[in-house]
Design a protein around this ligand. Sequence first.
Ligand code: C2E
Ligand code: MG
Ligand code: MG
Length: 766
Amino acid sequence: MVARRGRVIVVGALLAFSAGWLVIGLFHVWSAPIGGWLPLPAMCLIAAYTCGQVTRRRDLPAPTRRFWGWLAIACLDMTAAVLSNAWDALGSGIPSQRISPLTVALYLAANCQVMWALLRLPSWQRSRADWIRFSLDSGIVLISTGLALWHFSLRRMELWSSHTGSALSIFAIVVVASVSMITFVKAAFGDGGRIDRRALHLLSISTAVSAASGASAPLLIAHQPYLSATLLAVPIAVFGVELAAFWQLGAVAQPLATPARTRRSSLSPYLAIAGIDALLVGSTLHRGAENELIATGVVVISALVVARQVAALVDNGRLLRTVDANLTQLRDYQRQLDHQVTHDALTGIANRARFEQRITERLADGDGFHVALLDLDDFKEVNDRLGHGVGDDLLKAVSRRLCEHVRDGDLVARLGGDEFALLLAAPSGADADTLLIRMAAAVHRPLLIEGHDLLPRISLGVTCSQAGDTPGELLRRADVAMYAAKTAGGGRRASFDPVMDRIADGEARLGSDLRQAVTRGELFLLYQPIVELPSGALAGVEALVRWQHPEHGLISPDVFIPLAEHNGTIVAIGRWILEQVFAQVKAWQLDLGPRTPGTTSVNISARQLREPGFVAEVAALLAENDLDPALLTVEVTETAVFGTGAALDAVRQLHALGLRVALDDFGTGQSSLSLLVSAPVDVLKVDKSFVDGVTLASTQAVIVEGLIGITEGLRIQAVAEGVKTAEQAERLHQIGYRYAQGFHFARPMTAGDVALLLERTPAGHC
Ligand code: C2E
Ligand code: MG
Ligand code: MG
């Protein structure tokens, strides 16, 4: 950069030297005229070198490098021309302004190279109106410069020829003038994206000035044979080339702007008119009052016409700017609309329409890909419990985390609610799996929103595209797989398997059977004892529902309760269970008197709790059976209560009615200890998965031990679930547990068996 600038300064200094030499030479006779010629070849060589440097910049487009290559060659040619010119002027020993045909040929060759370089530059596509306007402008400029050239130079051709020894030099000057015209054309219409526009303008100006000085200098120096027009014309042109090349080198440091279509109005015709007016005034001066008056009138009228034209241009400009601004605004609005139609407003990622459109495109391409459907586990609970603001932030965070892992060709979309979809460009299942594992891990990272610690989890179903697929079918398969992942406990992923379709069909059939199970009397209840430790005395029972299916035999509640929750039959089934249990307790009271189980627990699902009027129904049943509410315990899961404000309210109201509340399967859901404070919990049922490890040196054992401390502190009764061995029972007792339930003590049994058992054993109290 420093060297480049240094070269420009050197060439500029040499130009100043040449101009000074010429001016001083007008009044002083140079004894060693060679001094004026010395800088010229040096300047030409420096300019050739700088142009050559531009050609070596690989980051420039080929036409640009070619253009500067031709200019470098022209500068070398110019070096030969000035040396030949100097020999013509000084070779004979007597200084003269003679120009040999060889010199003229060399100058012409250099000019032809420049013309060729300019003509080869690509031009922008212009409209017909552009061309007409440009032709008119060029016509004005050409006629004006032609007249000036004729006035100042050509009409004195004889004088000139006598000095230079030939009329060829005039021809050379005409060529130089044409070069400047072509440069002007290119500057106005040239490809600004390829040649730096400033450089092109400078080239235009310097060739024009060089031509003008070359044309007029002979008249000034007619009587100074030790001077030459070349001494000014060549340095001006070469300095222009050097500076233009310097600018071009600087412009490549940043990417060149893409040529924008702009509305430019050129000043050139007005300058040309002003010039010709000046010429007119000059040539009519002292030619009689009439001539001067007419000339003044012409000048004034042309000035007025120009002023009128400029006013119209300003007006047009303003109008066009308004139109441009409006067009841009209309375009921006269209872009916004397009974005809204294809993107999700909350997260900003693609929406269902965009996703299905992309699937259609990918299917048409024929390349294999994967589609995954993601559903946030327990999102409804977060929304209901912590508010929609937190829910929205959670969705945004999840979408951001998913997008972190998206590669070229993949797409993340939000289909609605808490459902996201992924299009994975991976044709192989292993690749898709690796990516999904990474995405799920990213989503599962803890998250802090508005002071709430959240642990987002997603269930994920994935399927691979097949020939003949439609977007709907692909999403259906991914949905079936996702549902399988959800029912397997959530927080996991499942790949679609045709078996899932059969299971889904089977579930659909089972679901419809379930609707009639109550009316057909296929459901019945068993009761599992809850015992005191260490005596094993019966402290209470838990009612557990069973389904005797006419075809499939006995079906576990683990299978049909989630199904009943899914299709809503849980409401009717739950009502039937409550009626049965309440009636049974009443019957035990009547039959067994004081031996009636201390408490009878009944499981209540989240869906039941959210059902409007549920508490009133329980209250009505209590009244109907004339039961003491203290004899009944409602078992609710952590997730159900954590879930919704409505469920928590129902639990509070049940507690207010006098029923006891047990938190079931503790440790498998949210496991939020704050729940023990916010919900009115009387009993904590520690899940069997923890009890399983109580006799081992396991983390489960640590938790089981820790929980007893907490329940004691909060005056909550702890019940250990799923006790299968005497060792477990003993260990639980050692830790501090006083109540337990499990196959070790008794399996679920009929109400009659409970009565028999109670008749055999002393009554306990729970
Ligand atoms: P739960 O409420 O935790 O019920 C205890 C489950 O553990 C029962 O399974 C019981 O048979 C089983 N169990 C008890 N001791 C042991 C043991 O030592 N080892 C093992 N492996 N299991 C033991 P069940 O009856 O199959 O019920 C499963 C779940 O279905 C229940 O878990 C409860 O969540 C739900 N459920 C059962 N009956 C009802 C009902 O009437 N209404 C509702 N909403 N859900 C019910
Ligand atoms: Mg239970
Ligand atoms: Mg349980």
